[in-house]
Structures are given as structure tokens and as C-alpha cells.
Design a binder for this molecule. Structure first.
Ligand code: PMP
Length: 445
């Protein structure tokens, strides 16, 4: 009997014993193509020699040094690489162990910045519905997924949620993309006005929404407008690129595609590529300076900040990405992958939308394409798709639609950047077979 507390209590999970490039191998020898990189984590596949060697070397040299006493070469060098490529005036990097910790750090740093700046009345955080920012209490409060929040709502800090920029579901008929982007961004302006502009601390959003909507980028000049609104009101812009960052969308930082820079940026997942748990929060010069000139330290911290082995892995991951120009490959492979997905899925009767950027794609399923009505939750479509895909030898991330009926079940695809053209065909074939099997059995009566 297993004593591991699994994510889903009744799930019977295969035991993963090995990784080989884009594949995971279970104890029976069955191979699964890692179609979602776990949850957009394994961007370099599972057997990258350079990253593995970097970890081994770091274990031999130094496993751990507390950041209260020491800095280390891997942490310093990883920070240098990130800052060399970071947008805007992001200037400092705070290394943590994952995405939720990065978001918690961002929320607290935003608050501390305003306090140091003589504006302690700035306490409101604005976020978006259908977002995911992590599962610790602060990050969960920021997230706008009603189902994830429900049980814990009495424990959550107050966060104010506006609509996501989710064109497929929310753009009105006849409305242009630009008009929709403007209407969507206006929600932030309205919410700031409602709360009182000098009481708002920060706005947090994912440039490409991952775990709740399935690879939904903003449209038009949405983010230019958001940046302008934040600037006008002294509200910090926090971008959560935990899932969509680190090359996944064809840019090292996802916001590069939107032509803006945040004040605080969160990354994780692809930074360690699954070889080590590591995340980071990057902040602007101005924010760092305010804390440095004020209290003199960020009132936050964890035991494993800037862990040397994790930092060594992150440094090797970024060196691989940059020296092998893998991110340019994400753009070209992304275009080829998109073409295959559209070719194979666009005409399927229950496929509502195919959207994404780079090697980050979502397919949304609906009961009725004309009305975009999602499948009722009792169909359990996402879970069935996951099971059928696993039977085919494809691991891909399913997400159930929301109970408010606003968006449907979908699968998220985030394959490793090293995927070949032949493997693209394999993923598309396996997913198409799994989808056809499941949809053929859905009882629409
Ligand atoms: N933010 C985003 C956008 C995420 O997708 C996730 C994880 N899915 C998190 C934060 C939380 O990261 P972690 O699970 O590493 O705590």
C-alpha cells in the first residue's frame, strides 16, 4: 500500500522510474510523451546532460549555505543572466523554491515598498478572475478561480477581482479586438477608482493565463493600457510568469511579446526545468532602493532561499536555452505545432477554441460550438481526456471548466523545447485519438 498522499486520493498512478528526452517511463516500461512538461515545467526534457552535471558538481562543491550569512556563485551568476535579459529596469532577483513562494514574496514586497515610501494606506490588491497564482494562502487569495478558493475563503485576505482578457469567451459579437482590449483594461481603471486610487497597492496578472484558462494570451494593446493605468495611479504591476515565462511562449520573458515591463515579476517552473525546485521574484531598482534606504531588509524569507544546488541547475538551464538558441526554436516549432493542432482539431465537433503562443497551447472543448456552451461538470470531460491520453502514452494537463459555465474543459499542452517534428505528429495523433474516443462516448442527451 502506498503511504504517499497523492494529489487525487483515488487515483491509481503509474510509478515513474526514468526520464528519456521528452518521455517519462513507468515501472512496466511504458513510455509517455510529456505533452505538458508536467505543468509547463520540463522545458529541456528529462535527460539534459549539462543540467545534471551542474547539479552533481554543485553537490560536490557546496550543498547549502544560508543566505543570512553567505551568497554563492551559482546564485549570483543566475541573477546576472536573468537581469541581463530582463525587461524594463528589473534589477534584483530574490530566489525562492517555487511559484507560490515567488507570488507571496511579490505581494509582501509590494506592500513593504508602499510602507517604506510613506504610503501605508496602499493595501488593496487587484487580480483577475480565472487566474491561478499558487496554493499558499496569499497566492490563493490572489487567484481568481472560485472552485480552488471556495473551501478556504474564510482564511483568505481580501483581493479584488476583475475580468481576465479572455477573448474567446468574453468578446461581444461584432466588437473589434482593440475595442475588447480597451473594455477589458478599463475594468482595472474602474476598480481602482472604486477602491480609491491612493489605497491600491498592486495589480497582479499572468501575461498568458495558464492553469485556469489554458494558454490564453491577452489581445491587442491590453497590457500597454494596463501599464499606463498602473503608472497613472502609482499602482505596482506584478506579472506572474511562473507558467508562461522562461521561453515557453517564444520569449525568455512572456511580457516581451506585449512590449511592457512590470515592477515585479515572478518566475519558476521552466527556470529549474524540473531538475530542481526553484522560483524567483525580480523587482525594479526603485523598489529595491526604497527597501534598502528604508528598513534595510525585506521583511520576508525562507530557509531555502537561493539554494546553491537549485541555483546551479537554473544557471545551467538558462545557459542551455541561451547558448543553443532554444527560444528561437520555440517560436518556429510553435508555429509548426500550431498548424498541426489547427489542422487536426479545429473541425472536431466539440472543439471551441485553440489558442496559445510559442509551445504553450490550450484546446477548449464545448458542448455547443455555436453558443460556446461548456460541457456540464457531470461529464467530467477533462478527467476522461487525461485518462484516455495516458492510455495512449501521452501525459497532458487537463483542466475542468468552471462551474459558473463561463468556460469549458480544456487540455494544456506545453511540450519540451527539444521536441522534434516527428514527435509533434506523435503528440497530435495521440491526443486526437484520445479526444475522439472520449467524445464518441459523451452522452449529450
Ligand atoms: N503562478 C502560476 C501562474 C502558476 O501556474 C503556478 C503553478 N501552476 C503558480 C503560480 C504556483 O507555483 P507552484 O506550484 O510552484 O507553487
Amino acid at each position: 500500500m502506498s503511504h504517499v498522499f497523492p494529489r487525487h486520493c483515488h487515483a491509481e498512478l503509474p510509478t515513474a522510474v526514468a526520464g528519456d528526452g521528452c518521455y517519462l517511463i513507468d515501472a512496466t516500461g511504458k513510455r509517455y510523451f510529456d505533452g505538458s512538461g508536467g505543468a509547463a515545467v520540463s522545458c529541456l526534457g528529462h535527460s539534459n546532460v549539462r543540467v545534471k552535471q551542474a547539479i552533481k558538481d554543485q553537490v560536490d562543491a557546496l550543498a547549502y549555505a544560508h543566505t543570512g550569512f553567505f551568497t554563492t556563485d551559482p546564485a549570483e551568476e543566475l541573477a546576472d543572466i536573468l537581469i541581463d535579459h530582463a525587461p524594463g529596469d528589473l534589477d534584483r532577483v530574490y530566489f525562492v523554491s517555487g511559484g507560490s513562494e515567488a507570488v507571496e514574496s511579490a505581494i509582501k514586497l509590494a506592500r513593504q515598498y508602499h510602507v517604506e515610501n510613506g504610503q501605508p494606506q496602499r493595501r488593496h490588491l487587484i487580480a483577475r478572475r480565472q487566474s491561478y497564482h499558487g496554493n499558499t494562502l496569499g497566492a490563493l487569495a490572489a487567484g481568481g478561480n472560485a472552485w480552488r478558493r471556495e473551501q478556504f475563503s474564510p482564511l483568505l485576505i481580501d483581493v479584488h477581482h476583475i475580468a481576465p482578457c479572455y477573448e474567446y469567451a468574453e468578446r461581444a459579437e461584432g466588437e473589434t479586438l482593440d475595442a475588447y482590449a480597451a473594455r477589458s483594461a478599463q475594468e482595472l481603471e474602474d476598480e481602482i477608482q472604486r477602491l480609491g486610487p491612493d489605497t491600491v497597492m498592486a495589480f497582479i496578472a499572468e501575461p498568458v493565463v495558464g492553469a485556469t484558462l489554458g494558454a490564453v494570451p491577452a489581445v491587442g494593446d491590453y497590457y500597454t493600457r494596463i501599464r499606463e493605468i498602473c503608472d497613472r495611479h502609482g499602482v505596482l504591476l506584478i506579472l506572474d510568469e511562473v507558467m508562461c515565462g522562461m521561453g515557453r511562449t517564444g520569449h525568455l520573458f512572456a511580457c516581451d511579446a506585449d512590449g511592457i515591463a512590470p515592477d515585479i515579476l515572478c518566475i519558476a517552473k521552466g527556470l529549474g526545468a524540473g531538475y530542481q525546485p526553484i522560483g524567483a521574484m525580480l523587482c525594479s531598482k526603485q523598489i529595491y532602493q526604497a527597501v534598502s534606504d528604508g528598513t534595510g531588509f525585506f521583511q520576508h524569507g525562507h530557509t531555502y532561499l537561493a539554494h546553491p544546488i537549485a541555483a546551479a541547475a537554473g544557471r545551467a538551464v538558462l545557459q542551455e536555452m541561451l547558448e543553443r538558441d532554444l527560444i528561437a526554436g520555440v517560436r518556429t516549432k510553435g508555429a509548426a505545432f500550431e498548424a498541426r493542432l489547427r489542422d487536426r482539431f479545429a473541425q472536431m465537433p466539440h472543439v471551441g477554441d485553440i489558442r496559445g503562443r510559442g509551445l504553450f497551447w490550450g484546446i477548449e472543448f464545448v458542448a455547443d460550438r455555436a453558443t460556446k456552451t461548456p460541457f456540464a461538470p457531470h461529464h467530467g470531460l477533462a478527467g476522461k481526456l487525461k485518462k484516455a491520453a495516458m492510455a495512449e502514452g501521452l501525459a497532458c494537463y487537463p483542466m475542468a471548466g468552471t462551474r459558473d459555465g463561463k468556460h469549458g474543459d480544456h487540455v494544456l499542452l506545453a511540450p519540451p523545447f527539444i521536441m522534434t517534428e516527428a514527435q509533434m505528429d506523435e503528440v497530435v495523433d495521440k491526443l486526437a485519438r484520445a479526444t475522439e474516443t472520449v467524445l464518441a462516448k459523451v452522452d449529450m442527451s
